[in-house]
Design a protein around this ligand. Structure first.
Ligand SMILES: Nc1ncnc2c1ncn2[C@@H]1O[C@H](COP(=O)(O)OP(=O)(O)OP(=O)(O)O)[C@@H](O)[C@H]1O
Ligand SMILES: [Mg+2]
Length: 524
């Protein structure tokens, strides 16, 4: 004041305290944000607009992109070099127009050159020349999504394929049946004998094609037996090797290989598909390496969407052929994917192999590089059981019956017609039923006469499964042979387990049927 007393000190002093406290608050809040930033679940970063150099980032970003530390990341990494140029332009364009960006999907190259998929949300600060954003790694999620889509696709095609194969096989059965009948009246060299043999060959090819379709149809597996895979593989390789002299087959089988439970016809089909592909990949000559071994998969290896942990038998088929690039390798199991041109490949071989192995609870993988050959690895779940022997040759001669009575049950008129004629010729008495109820009626009346029932699986109304149960309740010792073109949902396999005597796949020849019938009737 005018007297010279000092009065301002308190105010100044007060001011300092306020400033001190404000700074402390700021520091605390910065510390809070800092820890939020460091411990966030997503990667947070600030990058320069001009070249995408990372200025600031938390550890998560460094981890995602494969860098040792944030320091190394900020020193070396630039988005401009890690994104595809078009995608980066698109990202900047959106940011410049909108100011912010949410859930933008982009592929990024990591330090080691590997790729990951990210989702980015960001905000742009044009005056300061930088972008701030958050990123989440969705690589694994995308991979899973892809697998789920793949599985769904396979399933719907499988259903379709099963339906087609069923009708197709019944149709072929009609053609095969009548051809068998005419052939039975002719001797080799007589008029039309060769033409009829050619029809039979075509039917066989048709049946092979529908077997491929059945391969990736779900549940198309019936006739499973404990099997020594070494022996089955050896048999298939021998059959194949006989026709392809330019291919050298080298075998290395584990001597103590575990047993697997498989439909042998189907697994042979898988092997044959792999051999044919290998041969086609080695047009001049080459080697096929076959190897088997026992493996155990732990939980961490068998992801939930693949297979169960446990004991497996591995079968690997390697060729020294042309190999394939990544793009091709990723599509080989797709139905109808082929690089072989019209008329040469249908693209069903590996799709069917995939379906068959999947149906067996196993998996199949491919490893290949262009120009370096290919390896296919198959894993089949092992069981604790002794393998049953494998028969090596199909017999040629028809075996006739001794007037035993057989009840043939099928909903298709043509199968009943041709089936009756065949069984007549083979020397059996025949009862016919066009459905489950009729079959049960006839069986009740004639159960002392009927020695065997040949039962179709898929019938409208009362299906093969239900019919079998009813028949079995009439006579627990009844002899039944199941016959089918295909059945959906593994019903046939279910019934096979309940003690059906045998299974025959349509279309079949007279000879084959005659052998199967004798096998059942002569078994004590
Ligand atoms: N061992 C192999 N070496 C190189 N490429 C292969 C091999 N196996 C399969 N491929 C590739 O995978 C594609 C699909 O094979 P897949 O067996 O399913 O069909 P395909 O052989 O083309 O026809 P199909 O088997 O129906 O006659 C082939 O066209 C080929 O490009
Ligand atoms: Mg093929």
């Amino acid at each position: 004041d005018e007297k010279g007393n000092i009065i301002g000190v308190v105010l100044v002093f007060h001011d300092i305290i306020e400033r001190y406290e404000a700074e402390k608050k700021l520091q605390e809040s910065e510390k809070r944000y800092r820890s939020l930033y460091e411990q966030a679940l997503s990667g947070l970063y600030r990058s320069r607009i001009s070249d995408g150099k990372i200025l600031l980032a938390n550890k998560i970003v460094a981890d995602m992109l494969g860098y040792e530390s944030v320091e190394e990341l900020t020193k070396e990494f630039k988005f401009s070099e890690a994104y595809s140029p078009e995608r980066r332009l698109e990202l900047i364009r959106i940011l410049e127009q909108e100011g912010t960006l949410t859930d933008f999907e982009i592929e990024v190259k990591k330090k080691d050159g590997g790729k990951i998929d990210l989702i980015i949300s960001a905000k742009i600060y044009p005056e300061d020349g930088y972008i701030e954003g958050a990123m989440i790694d969705i690589t694994e999620r995308k991979h899973l999504e892809h697998q789920v889509r793949q599985a769904q696709k396979m399933e719907s095609i499988g259903t379709l394929a099963g339906g087609i194969a069923h009708d197709f096989n019944n149709l072929l059965m009609g053609i095969q049946g009548y051809t068998s009948l005419i052939l039975n009246d002719l001797n080799p060299g007589e008029d039309h004998y060769d033409k009829l043999k050619n029809i039979e060959k075509q039917v066989k090819r048709g049946a092979e094609l529908s077997a491929q379709l059945l391969g990736f149809a779900r549940g198309g597996k019936y006739d499973v037996k404990p099997t020594h895979i070494n022996k089955l593989l050896k048999k298939s390789a021998e059959m194949f090797g006989r026709t392809k002299k330019e291919i050298t087959i080298r075998e290395k089988y584990a001597p103590d290989l575990w047993t697997v439970k498989v439909d042998r016809g189907q697994i042979e089909q898988v092997f044959l598909n792999l051999f044919i592909n290998a041969w086609q990949a080695m047009p001049d000559a080459g080697d096929i390496y076959l190897e088997t071994s026992n493996v155990v998969f732990s939980k961490s290896y068998t992801k939930p969407h693949e297979v169960k942990p446990g004991k497996y038998v591995r079968i690997s088929v390697t060729d020294t052929g042309i190999g394939m690039d990544k793009e091709t390798a990723s599509r080989v199991f797709d139905p109808f994917f082929t690089t072989k041109g019209v008329g040469r490949g249908t693209g069903l071989g590996l799709a069917s192999a995939y379906g068959i192995i999947k149906n067996h609870g196993g998996m199949i993988h491919v490893y290949s590089e262009k120009g370096q050959g290919s390896t296919f690895n198959i894993y089949l779940p092992a069981i604790d059981a002794k393998a049953e022997p494998i028969s090596f040759h199909d017999e040629e001669e028809v075996k006739t019956g001794n007037e035993e009575a057989i009840l043939l049950v099928d909903d298709e008129a043509i199968i009943l017609d041709v089936g009756k004629e065949i069984l007549d010729v083979l020397g059996y008495k025949v009862f016919l039923a066009s459905g489950g109820n009729e079959a049960i009626e006839i069986y009740k009346e004639n159960k002392d006469k009927i020695a065997l029932v040949i039962l179709d699986m898929v019938m409208p109304g009362m299906g093969g499964g239900e019919t079998y149960k009813s028949l079995k309740s009439i006579n627990p010792d009844i002899k039944v042979m199941l016959s089918s073109g295909y059945n959906l949902g593994g019903e046939a396999a279910e019934i096979m387990k309940q003690g059906v005597n045998d299974f025959i796949q349509k279309p079949f020849t007279m000879t084959k049927l005659s052998h199967k019938i004798r096998n059942i009737l002569e078994k004590k």
